[in-house]
Ligand binder design. Structure first.
Ligand code: DC
Length: 217
């Protein structure tokens, strides 16, 4: 199996880059952040308090995650409903970051991710892929960029979708989420010693993909 593990903070370009790598290699792409977002969406829709780990743990059995669409354009489904657009709402980002602190949620999703990686060649991106989910992956990368660049990219992405938010607010959200994701107790975002550091701040998407492909044999 080829497993490519990519971690990094939000907005570093992980999903864009991972999708392109998967396409070049003709393998599957798995966006693990989308899984945390889907759990958060379920909680919000069903009035489950995300700050109550016991309440969240008790509803995990009600969540069935599946996929629809093609290998290169997979859409995530929550109990059969395609929620790939709903999970991209700005408010879901913070909720997903909060839900991802809960140990039971992590165990639930990490098991699912490992199963998928054991059955197919896959590019996985997230926060704990290189450290926890697939520490023995053949290729491990840490993809990052400065907070200002990440906030700017996010600002443009939201604007294109018609959600215009002040840049300053997005930058604050990026910095807060970095703090949240890298200081939490359960599987914080870290760069493992054996991951290749890729800083995308002043690189084009193609340059990043080419750089990473130069390591992949
Ligand atoms: O990559 P993203 O922004 O869609 O991820 C949403 C949240 O999920 C993020 O704030 C941290 C969490 N997450 C995680 O804890 N572990 C992962 N492997 C992927 C995402």
């Amino acid at each position: 199996m080829i497993n490519i593990a990519i971690d990094g903070p939000s907005g570093a370009g992980k999903s864009t880059i991972s999708k392109l790598l998967a396409k070049k290699l003709n393998i599957t792409y798995l966006d693990t952040g989308a899984m945390y977002r889907t759990v958060a969406l379920y909680c919000i829709r069903n009035n489950v308090s995300i700050s109550d780990p016991i309440a969240v743990e008790s509803i995990l059995d009600n969540i069935n995650i599946s996929y629809t669409g093609s290998a290169l354009d997979k859409h995530i489904c929550l109990n059969g409903e395609d929620v790939s657009l709903a999970i991209r709402e700005h408010q879901i980002s913070k909720a997903a970051s909060d839900v991802s602190k809960i140990k039971a949620v992590r165990v639930f999703l990490v098991n699912m991710q490992r199963k998928i990686a054991s059955e197919s060649d896959v590019v996985l991106d997230g926060r704990d892929i290189t450290s926890v989910v697939l520490p023995n992956a053949k290729y491990k990368f840490f993809l990052t960029a400065s907070p200002e660049i990440r906030a700017q990219r996010r600002y443009e992405e939201l604007k294109q979708k018609g959600q215009e938010l002040p840049y300053e607010q997005i930058l604050k959200d990026v910095i807060d989420r970095d703090y949240n994701d890298s200081t939490r107790k359960e599987s914080p975002l870290i760069q493992t010693e054996d991951s290749i550091l890729v800083d995308s701040s002043d690189k084009s998407i193609d340059e990043v993909v080419d750089f990473m492909m130069s390591y992949i044999k």
